[in-house]
Design a binder for this molecule. Structure first.
Ligand SMILES: C[S@@+](CC[C@H](N)C(=O)[O-])C[C@H]1O[C@@H](n2cnc3c(N)ncnc32)[C@H](O)[C@@H]1O
Length: 272
């Protein structure tokens, strides 16, 4: 943030607290630089609001990936968060984030409840709203990676919440050119993502085994072609004569085996 708040204001104490958090993060920079095999650190920790990244000095089209865990639900303006993320990402960039989602739009009385807000529940987005906002901002369809129920134990809160239910979910949103060609493709993962040499768990629908041919839908193909994954895959349009297109013995029938995990991404919400 450009200016620090007035000393003695409540916000000032929050500001000091965040600076302590930044100190802790910075302490481990060298450890991670070495662990991930970099000569020089490629991370920087700065103070700012997720929905106002320009105030923190983050420039347009300058990042490959944004990672966030449990922050988006704490901001009242989710559209601003996604717009800012889209702005600072390079073409082909990705927002990979975990958060809490609700089965319905929460009413104002729950959204404005300070305890529910602090528990990451009051600010939880209706999962269908994520789809709408992502589309409005220009991201690809949110791709679910994992999801699990977010259980509330406190009796008072449970009573307050009634039929509203929550899940904790991780999504991937890609910034790909809107006019890029979209055709179904056959792709082969080449095993070159460090730590994922045998298989690459892409999302709940696709786990790519190295060397295996997988037919992917139009949007997945566009993402793989236009993101940092382009160098990790051989990608070609689905051939009319299937057997001629790929070496025999390598073909996977339909999607990868992991597609059985989730046939459609909102599967985890349907039981709510
Ligand atoms: C539930 S914690 C998650 C922290 C961390 N990501 C983790 O996984 O441990 C939420 C964090 O979001 C930060 N936060 C809340 N509102 C924010 C905003 N509008 N912009 C940026 N950070 C925010 C809080 O300061 C807090 O550190």
């Amino acid at each position: 943030m450009a200016n620090s708040p007035e000393p003695s204001s409540a916000l000032y104490y929050y500001y000091l607290f965040i600076f302590k958090q930044l100190e802790v993060a910075r302490k481990y920079t060298d450890y991670h630089t070495e662990k991930f095999g970099y000569k020089k650190s490629n991370v920087d920790f700065i103070y700012g609001y997720i929905e106002k990244l320009s105030e923190a000095g983050l420039k347009d089209s300058s990042f490959d990936i944004i990672i966030s865990n449990g922050v988006v639900n704490l901001t009242p303006d989710k559209t601003a968060v996604l717009k800012e993320a889209w702005r600072v990402l390079k073409d082909g960039g990705e927002m990979y984030f975990s958060d809490v989602y609700a089965n319905l739009n929460l009413p104002q009385e729950l959204r404005g409840h300070s305890v529910l807000w602090g528990e990451c529940l009051g600010g939880a987005l209706w999962w269908k709203e994520l789809l709408r906002i992502a589309q409005e901002v220009g991201f690809s369809t949110p791709r679910l990676v994992t999801a699990r129920p977010f259980n509330v134990d406190n009796k008072d809160l449970l009573e307050l919440l009634g039929d509203y239910k929550f899940v904790s979910a991780t999504f991937r949103l890609f910034k790909i050119p809107p006019d890029c060609p979209r055709t179904k493709c056959e792709v082969i993962y080449n095993g070159s993502v460090r730590g994922c040499e045998q298989q690459l768990e892409f999302d709940a629908n696709y786990t790519f085994q190295a060397g295996e041919v997988v037919e992917v839908d139009e949007e997945t193909a566009a993402i793989l072609k236009n993101s940092r994954f382009a160098a990790k895959f051989t990608i070609q349009p689905v051939s009319t004569s299937k057997t001629a297109a790929v070496p025999s013995g390598q073909r996977c029938s339909g999607q990868s085996k992991a597609s059985e995990k989730a046939s459609s991404w909102p599967f985890c919400f349907q039981d709510l």
